[in-house]
Design a binder for this molecule. Sequence first.
Ligand code: HQG
Length: 187
Amino acid sequence: MARSRDESLGRFLSLVLRHKPEAAFLRLDDHGWARVDQLLAGCARAGHPLSREDLERIVRENDKQRYRFDETGELIRANQGHSVAVELELREAVPPERLYHGTASRFLESIRRQGITRQGRRQVHLSADLDTAWKVGARHGTPVVLPVDAAAMAREGRLFWLSDNGVWLCEEVPWRFVLCGEILYHR
Ligand code: HQG
């Protein structure tokens, strides 16, 4: 199967399962789940036809493991990244000392003033590894990586969650937790 077709279907799935279920005539339940049969029918109706095998392959091979089926295989949801209100029963977890947030240089000024805020998403997304942070930042422009003192945040009682696909989430990162001396401007 052509990679580009899977990529474009993947993008459409992201849209539907995180941001705009109505684009495939769907409703997500309170926990973000969609019925697979309804998803397949809705995608076809929206002009993005795919088979159950296509869907299984996309879920399996997705570079960031963005989606998962439930145990019955009848439901599917995105692991994180939603803008619609969903309750993902995320696992609270103790973060590593340092987490990283990749952003674009043009946002720095605003982040200095307001901290890292969730913008359109439900939480701020952080990663435990630098490589991911560089990639996330590059999506928005010239990337900059902000190291975050996650241990200090946790000591203050701020909560962290770990999504099923290994993304660290929190509500916000006030600027004082960004390790200013360690900001990376070059890879
Ligand atoms: C920035 C992708 C101005 C923030 C990735 C980011 C991730 C501010 C942008 C996941 C700000 C929001 C999330 C402030 C934060 N002022 N800009 N106060 N606070 N920002 O896409 O973190 O491919 O909503 O730095 O891999 O880039 O979708 O968040 O640059 O895991 O699976 O505002 O999305 O995963 O952009 O990415 P986004 P993000 P997927």
